[in-house]
Write a protein that binds this ligand. Structure first.
Ligand SMILES: [Zn+2]
Length: 211
């Protein structure tokens, strides 16, 4: 199969449009390196692209995306830690000032966890990865009288809060947060409405950001 024509067409539109207006910025960024102040931890979901939602240009956001925007707690055992490596670089080298965990509605990863979905492959990578949100699910408790949609939204939002807790387990980052050098935030994107909500950590509520 050849390289997707959609990408060739998209690149062509980029090269004749956005690249034209941002060529200087790209050159400058190439010379002096990237210095994004904001790191976003988002989901792989194709509907929830941080650069699109936040209208960001090149060099503005340091983004790590994974299934269901999770961060495993700090640990030095094991082998390959993609999120920890991105955090290490974002915090230690780029010295980002903000880390935003961006959850979203209709998250397939959260739904797979909630519905205890059958493994897709023998490796059950999603199942094992999504077990990271078990503490969040415990806090939410049973579905009770909530509709399926309401329950999943609660889980999605609780998982964002749990991920913020996991960020606090990274010793270096923890110190920077306590010193006020780095702030961590939770946010939630409503895919159908396009509404962004921001977590008020004092109350635990997600409040709609102004459109
Ligand atoms: Zn998702």
């Amino acid at each position: 199969m050849s390289f997707p024509q959609r990408l060739i067409d998209g690149y062509s539109a980029f090269a004749s449009g956005r690249l034209q207006s941002e060529q200087n910025r790209y050159r400058e960024l190439a010379e002096r390196g990237q210095q994004p102040e904001i790191m976003v931890i988002g989901c792989c979901d194709s509907r929830v692209s941080p650069e699109v939602i936040f209208d960001a240009g090149p060099g503005e956001l340091f983004v790590v995306r994974n299934v269901a925007n999770l961060v495993p707690p700090f640990e030095t055992q094991g082998t390959y830690h993609g999120v920890s490596a991105a955090l290490e670089f974002g915090v230690g080298v780029l010295k980002v000032k903000h880390i935003v965990v961006l959850g979203h509605a209709h998250c397939g990863g959260v739904r797979a966890f909630a519905e205890d979905a059958e493994p897709i492959s023998p490796g059950d990578f999603i199942g094992r990865w999504m077990s990271l949100m078990a503490p969040a699910a415990e806090k939410v408790g049973a579905r009770g009288k909530l509709s399926r949609a309401e329950f999943l939204e609660r889980l999605e939002k609780a998982s964002v809060v749990n991920t913020l807790d996991n960020l606090m387990t990274f010793p270096r980052l923890n110190k920077l947060i306590e010193r006020g050098a780095v702030a961590i935030h939770g946010a939630y994107f409503g895919v159908a409405t396009g509404q962004l909500s921001v977590l008020d950590r004092a109350t635990g509520e997600f409040r709609p950001a102004k459109k």
